[in-house]
Design a binder for this molecule. Structure first.
Ligand SMILES: [Zn+2]
Length: 301
């Protein structure tokens, strides 16, 4: 990626940003963010779990970026044993309906408005809930895939998650009445007694091993997706992070690359982010009200 090896002295660097400002001790306001977007009208927007909490999908991490509960399953665990796949699919069966029912909130709607107004040529999200698209955003790169799909690891056939849900519920009626708190990827946290009899779904085409079409921890984001996002970053004037602590490298690296390219980075996030030292501007406020107000200001009302 030689085209990303720009120096901090690149002329694209924002001359109005004071490098002495510490976003933690000098919190910025909506007006600051408005001026930032006026100076940098084409944004590379990166969103995370914090943008979907108002839609009833809880985030994984607390305000300090620490795990709220046990970390999610890794790819190695999922592939490793049937017991882990039983645990995964049982939680997914209980948690998925909540994600499938979730509605876009004010933050998703505002970002769709900003795209329509030409300010968001590409939106990159770490979320797998599909809410940006349902709110009307069109140019969306789902870095970690989408929860609505399931892939066969043996024959490659793509299945709709809704269809797999029917199979899960038909094969495991004992779990239908379980209520559980859902987590960000449609997984749910349950106290398990015995899952030995849980029937995991198999591919209807070949009987092979099914995996949700999302990037698990311990799994790489597909290169084509990273390349598409990095091209979008090159074409943008600045980065706006919304609702992500950026603790996962797959999202954080875009901030590192942006800094190398001399593109300023703004963030809307309650709580710390891993990129705080790289930020030019940080608004510590809820995403929904901030983005809605920003879209209104940019529309001239
Ligand atoms: Zn198959």
């Amino acid at each position: 990626m030689t085209d990303l090896q720009l120096t901090p002295n690149d002329p694209q660097i924002d001359p109005q940003i004071d490098p002495q400002i510490d976003p933690q001790t000098d919190p910025h306001t909506l007006d600051d963010l408005h001026r930032f977007v006026q100076r940098h009208p084409r944004l590379f927007v990166l969103t995370g779990a914090g943008i979907s909490t108002d839609s009833g999908i809880p985030g994984y991490r607390d305000d300090n970026g620490a795990w709220k509960r046990s970390p999610p399953i890794t790819l190695q665990e999922f592939l490793g044993t049937l017991a882990m796949r039983q645990r995964y699919w049982a939680r997914s069966m209980v948690g998925w309906p909540l994600v499938a029912r979730a509605q876009p909130n004010a933050a998703h709607v505002a970002l769709a408005r900003l795209e329509a107004a030409g300010h968001v040529p590409t939106l990159v999200t770490q979320n797998v809930d599909g809410l940006h698209q349902r709110a009307g955003s069109r140019e969306v790169i789902e870095l970690h895939g989408g929860i609505d799909g399931v892939s066969c690891l043996d024959c490659g056939m793509q299945h709709a998650r809704a269809t797999i849900q029917q199979t899960l519920e038909a094969d495991n009626p004992a779990l239908l009445d379980v209520t559980a708190e859902a987590a960000a990827d449609g997984d749910a946290h349950l106290e398990w007694h015995d899952l030995g009899g849980f029937r995991v779904p198999a591919c209807s085409n070949c009987g092979g091993l099914l995996k949700p079409s999302v990037v698990f921890f311990g799994e790489n984001v597909p290169k084509t997706r990273v390349d598409a996002a990095s091209h979008a970053l090159e074409a943008a004037d600045a980065v706006l992070v919304a609702g992500s602590s950026l603790m996962v490298y797959s999202g954080y690296r875009f901030c590192v690359w942006a800094q190398r390219m001399g593109k300023p980075i703004a963030a809307i996030n309650l709580g710390r982010t891993r990129a705080d030292p790289l930020l030019s501007l940080k608004v510590a406020a809820p995403c929904g009200e901030t983005l809605s107000a920003l879209a209104g200001l940019l529309a001239g009302h």
